[in-house]
Ligand binder design. Structure first.
Ligand SMILES: [Mg+2]
Length: 394
């Protein structure tokens, strides 16, 4: 059995725990710009229809006595660390998926700690005793169902899907509840009259691949109760990214370029700090009408220099035909691996590839900014940038 642990209203719950004046009140944690979005809403705020990712001004309209608390990422990360430390006491197979979520494979731990349900209760109890925070846990034979189960009885929930219930559960599970199904995919689902995950089985793999690409076969496997993904304990993250909600919508190329540059530098720095390299670069744009796109490219080689990330991100951006103004820009990297993992050297080294030089520039810059703060060294073209860049809470 696999457990999925998800903390309840994580950021807001921490703030309410640490400040009694916030308890039992509608609270959101968010950035403080006029265009910020809700990062987390307390359950009291959710009663007013306030949800994560909602613009703060909309949230305020829904609840006039809403309390807005600025986020404190450092504190949340420290709490997250403590939670993960509690989880590994129960099983070595812990896979953190985000700051407040993790999968735990408890295979073989039953002898030590009892049934899956007893283990889940013990985890909830330990987290509450140590951190005064509630969590919700889903238990299921496969990963994606454990995640769905943890969401079913929030807050402070415990939901178990028995192996014998899997088929029934899948045949009635609304398709939009399946992780990874976005708005665009939903439109396709409607055309095909797919309402539940079970409905996927009406179509053959060929058509599903045609309609949904790589996701097609995966959906079919899930519909048949098969989730090939395992709980993978990992010491590194799967992606590093940053995004900026702009203080006003833009479409000017130079302005966009500056923001992509700044973010590439942040992402590159983060990557190098963790001694990682990446094999994939992506950009994300959100437009004035809140629609969004992402574009990514698999690289021929692994990189970690900010300049290389910037070049890739910019070339991805150049291929996009802009029809609307841009509201948010994100740059990120995936396919991460340890820098020191041996790789086969490329047979043909591009003589114009100044990768190594850039990497030594980067490490010099990193150590300077580590000592004196990130304002100390910037790429020349960044120093003209106006302070319109605002970072949101992600
Ligand atoms: Mg959560």
């Amino acid at each position: 059995m696999i457990l999925h642990i998800d903390m309840d209203a994580f950021f807001a719950a921490i703030e309410q725990r640490d400040n009694p004046a916030l308890r039992n009140k509608p609270v959101i944690v968010s950035g403080n710009s006029a265009r910020s979005v809700v990062s987390t809403a307390s359950y009291e705020a959710r009663r007013f229809g306030i949800r994560s990712a909602m613009p703060v001004f909309t949230a305020k309209q829904k609840c006039d006595h809403l309390i807005i608390v600025p986020g404190n990422m450092k504190k949340y990360q420290a709490v997250s660390k403590e939670i993960m430390a509690i989880l590994v006491q129960f099983s070595p197979l812990v896979e953190p998926v985000s700051i407040d979520e993790a999968y735990v494979d408890i295979h073989g731990c039953e002898r030590l700690f009892g049934s899956s349900e007893q283990i889940a209760r013990a985890i909830k109890k330990t987290i509450y005793a140590k951190l005064s925070l509630t969590s919700s846990i889903g238990i299921a034979p496969i990963k994606f169902l454990a995640k769905i189960a943890s969401d079913m009885n929030k807050p402070d929930g415990l939901t178990r899907i028995e192996p014998a219930q899997v088929d029934d559960f899948i045949s009635t599970l609304p398709i939009q509840k399946v992780p990874g199904i976005g708005k665009n995919t939903m439109n396709q689902m409607k055309c095909l009259q797919i309402k539940t995950l079970g409905d996927i089985k009406k179509y053959n793999p060929h058509l599903l691949t045609l309609k949904f690409g790589k996701m097609g076969p995966r959906l079919l496997a899930l519909a048949n109760g098969i989730d090939p993904s395992k709980v993978e304990p990992r010491h590194t993250r799967k992606s590093i990214s940053g995004e900026t909600t702009l203080s006003k919508d833009i479409s000017d190329f130079e302005a966009v370029k500056q923001i992509i540059l700044g973010q590439s530098q942040r992402v590159g720095k983060d990557l190098r700090k963790k001694d990682l390299v990446c094999g994939n670069v992506f950009i994300k744009l959100k437009f004035s009408d809140f629609s969004q796109i992402t574009r990514s490219r698999k690289l021929d080689t692994f990189i970690c220099s900010s300049a290389a990330i910037f070049n890739e991100a910019l070339s991805l951006y150049k291929k996009i035909l802009l029809k609307k103004k841009i509201r948010l820009i994100g740059v990120g990297v995936t396919a991460l691996k340890d820098k020191h993992t041996p790789v086969q050297l490329q047979l043909l080294q591009d003589p114009d590839n100044h990768k190594e030089q850039w990497e030594s520039v980067d490490s010099a810059v990193d150590s300077l900014s580590e000592k004196f703060g990130s304002h100390i060294v910037k790429k020349a073209s960044l120093s003209q940038i106006t302070p319109r860049r605002k970072f949101n809470d992600k």
